[in-house]
Design a protein around this ligand. Structure first.
Ligand code: NAD
Ligand code: DAU
Length: 333
């Protein structure tokens, strides 16, 4: 099978690309290489005969159509997005461009070619916060950050192409994903790398916000299964049922690394901070998927990866990232 993976140089996209290539598929990656895209994430496969890379923007209609014509993918998986909630609060424009307009460009282009499946990678954040219980796929969306609102727009736009044009769309809503190669502005890799460096771990507000954590390869396996068995026009929640509050995760990281708990410092809360995300994933469980990596094991493996790959994240933290981080951190203290 030939698969076009957009955003394949990012965190999840690069893991999926490597896994599906190993499973025998041909993979074409289209990635703009924004601050979050990193060719280092694909270095093991760069010379693989079944792998092609295009640097470019999913908003570029001409380029997207050229790739669809020349490479002839049967499946498109749209991972490409601006993904960091805090950045969307500082400036939402790129989120509207990529997460909304970019999704539109891909959906439109896909109508002109014999695409069998278009997977739109959405997020649990489109439902908004839930104090108790868990969201089902049929529940109403109530996004509350510029990021999640732009993802909700992409999610519903994809659905509208299924209803209106019978475009072969499936929508995925994963929970919080963690693992190796995650950009160190996100909570778990930021806290791991700061702890390794002996720097403070900036915990927003009271740290009692709840997230559901899934290891990245478990998500990639769910996607592989949905490509085979998923039903067109459907939405699939992909949850781990590993709900923890942020303070618990911070304490676990410090404990595994043998650091002092005083590194954890409460800072000003995120604006509009969603208190709890929770979804039921009974639909994908019924397809036969089951997460394999428990949180303790996944966190240990992730921490080990960041310990073994210091040049990967030190380069990021010393580069363009540091300006963002200074702005973000100054804003919180
Ligand atoms: P990431 O930020 O690590 O990677 C995003 C990738 O998209 C980067 O390689 C970037 O260069 C690329 N990109 C951005 N704008 C682009 C554009 N206009 N054209 C082409 N490429 C572009 O993100 P991630 O954490 O790997 O998330 C991947 C997808 O999964 C996103 O759609 C995100 O919304 C969704 N998601 C992520 C999580 C999570 O916890 N990480 C959870 C649920 C859903
Ligand atoms: O839930 C899925 C979403 O998970 C994805 O759609 C997003 O792309 C991804 O970024 C992630 O969003 P979150 O906002 O949940 O993840 P983040 O890593 O930014 O933060 C996780 C929690 O940790 C959140 O409650 C905020 C808190 N946090 C985060 C940072 C960066 C802190 O307490 N301190 C921090 O410095």
């Amino acid at each position: 099978m030939i698969i076009l993976v957009t955003g394949g140089a990012g965190f999840i996209g690069s893991h999926f690309t490597k896994m599906t290539l190993k499973n025998g598929n041909r993979v074409v990656v289209l990635d703009k290489l924004t601050y979050a895209g990193n060719l280092e994430n694909l270095k093991e496969i760069k010379n693989h005969p079944n792998f092609r890379f295009y640097k470019g923007d999913i908003c570029n209609k001409k380029l997207v159509e050229k790739i669809l014509k020349n490479e002839g993918p049967e499946v498109i998986i749209n991972f490409a997005a601006e993904t960091h909630v805090d950045r969307s609060i500082l400036d939402a424009e790129a989120f509207i461009d990529t997460d909304v307009k970019g999704t539109f460009v891909l959906l439109q282009a896909a109508r002109k070619f014999p695409i069998k499946l278009f997977i739109q990678v959405s997020t649990d954040e489109v439902y908004g916060s839930i104090p108790e219980g868990s969201f089902k796929e049929t529940d109403a969306l109530n996004p509350s950050s510029p990021y999640s609102a732009s993802k909700a727009a992409g999610d519903r736009l994809a659905y509208s192409y299924w209803v209106t044009y019978k475009s072969p769309v499936i929508i995925l809503r994963p929970c919080n994903i963690y693992g190796p190669n995650q950009y160190p502005e996100k909570f778990i890799p930021l806290f791991i790398t700061n702890a390794i460096e002996g720097k403070p771990l900036p915990l927003y507000g009271d740290g009692k916000q709840v997230r559901d954590w899934l290891y990245v390869t478990d998500l990639c396996e769910a996607i592989e299964l949905i490509i085979q068995k998923g039903a067109l026009g459907e939405v699939y929640n992909i949850a781990a049922s590993n709900e923890k509050n942020n303070l618990e995760i911070a304490q676990k990281i410090v404990e595994i690394l043998g650091k002092d708990k005083s590194l954890i410092q409460h800072v000003k809360d995120r604006e509009g901070h969603d208190r709890r995300y929770s979804m039921s994933s009974s639909k994908v469980l019924q397809l036969g998927w089951k997460p394999r990596v428990n949180l303790e094991q996944g966190l240990k493996e992730t921490i080990q990866w960041y310990l073994n790959n210091r040049p990967w994240w030190e380069k990021i933290k010393r580069g363009r990232y540091s300006k963002y981080y200074q702005k973000q951190y100054a804003h919180r203290v």
